[in-house]
Design a protein around this ligand. Structure first.
Ligand code: SAH
Length: 352
């Protein structure tokens, strides 16, 4: 059987430098290759035009460059684009480009399927197949940057890890991808423009707080009452709110930054005064702001967006308690690209 070539993007810069030294070349060649891979984002050795032909052939004999392909692009009437992203092994994830007047945001996936089991999210219905590699996360970002330049004549400005998967359950690869996205020899984007959104894994929030990396943190809270949260996010039994709260304190202590609490209000689930009071009490204890998210239906009759009056009550009472609150309106609903709707419906891949 032919030897399986290694994906060159699994090597970090030091390993690339070492490879060239071991092959009688200069370590600096590794820096050049790193830039081709992570700044220019090329997908072939032929494209590395400042390398000599023998050098390119050497790389060719040892390595491949695994990369994504955009199988399908769907464009919403509001300008949002959903990409069906085919991975080198045929699995498919989705990523979304969300343009506003001044910005372009990339919503990227971190896993094929998801490790968690939120009952209101379409991705949770898929089987979790595997974690994405750093290069697969990077490629989604790079592809959306290109789309932004093509359609809006401007580079990508923000990234949110709010696509498929739980980023903190694929921690190492997410951190490695962020490194490539932020280093000046990669895309050179500021980490401040990246938001990692988690359902709440306390140990990993602490780990992220210890990281030398300035990303923003968002927590999908949805209820500040443990018993309610367990109903809609069953995994929450293992990660009690008390522990999440401590982790968010640690985050604030280490980073000096508050956490955005993502919150959907559903009819009959978290639409009582008791729910509002619990959220306000939580916000008073934890340095945070609230983002009320519009619910995007996934066809389950148990989940219906709460009445406007209830959402207005949440907003006014949070404001009265001097807690910053914003409302996130959905984008790309007509193409199933909105939060919680990513389920490979256009391709029906990986559905088990
Ligand atoms: N696993 C991570 C990131 C992916 S989900 C997390 O949970 O944060 C991104 C956001 O979309 C989360 O806040 C999630 O709770 C929310 N979401 C999930 N399903 C949704 C739906 N049907 N409508 C609106 N938001 C949804």
């Amino acid at each position: 059987m032919a030897e399986v070539k290694k994906d060159i993007r699994s090597l970090d810069k030091e390993a690339l430098r070492a490879f060239f030294e071991q092959n009688g070349d200069r370590a600096f060649r590794g820096d050049q290759v790193y830039q081709w891979l992570w700044q220019k984002g090329v997908h072939s050795f032929t494209a590395m035009t400042n390398l000599s032909l023998p050098t390119r052939q050497l790389l060719e004999t040892h390595f491949t460059i695994n990369h994504i392909a955009i199988d399908r692009q769907q464009r919403s009437t509001d300008g949002t684009i959903k990409n069906a992203v085919r991975l080198h092994d045929g699995l498919v994830v989705e990523s979304v480009m969300i343009p506003t007047l001044e910005r372009t945001t990339a919503c990227v996936s971190s896993q094929v399927g998801c490790s968690l089991d939120c009952t209101f999210c379409a991705t949770a219905l898929l089987k979790r197949m595997r974690n994405l590699n750093p290069d697969e996360i990077f490629d989604q970002v790079k592809a959306i940057d290109k789309q932004s330049r093509l359609y809006y004549q401007r580079p990508l400005s923000n990234i949110v890890f709010m696509g498929m998967g739980e980023p903190l359950m694929n921690y190492n690869n997410v951190i490695k991808a962020i490194e490539k996205i932020t280093t000046p020899e990669g895309l050179g984007m500021s980490a401040k423009r990246i938001t990692v959104s988690t359902s709440g894994v306390p140990k990993m929030i602490r780990k992220l707080a210890d990281e030398n990396c300035n990303v923003k943190l968002a927590l999908s809270l949805h209820s500040a009452r443990q018993e309610v949260r367990e109903q809609i996010m069953p995994f929450a039994k293992n990660f009690p709110l008390s522990e999440i709260e401590e982790a968010l304190h640690y985050w604030y202590q280490q980073k000096g930054k508050n956490t955005t609490l993502e919150y959907i209000v559903w009819k009959g689930i978290n639409d009582t005064q008791k729910d509002i009071d619990a959220l306000i009490a939580f916000c008073k204890r934890v340095p945070s702001k609230v983002n009320l998210i519009q619910y995007n239906t996934i066809g389950d009759p148990n989940f219906k967006q709460a009445d406007r009056t209830v959402i207005a009550a949440y907003q006014s009472q949070l404001e009265a308690a001097r807690i910053t609150v914003t409302i996130r309106h959905s984008r790309g609903q007509d193409i199933d690209a909105a939060c919680g709707q990513l389920a490979n419906r256009s391709t029906q891949q990986n559905n088990v």
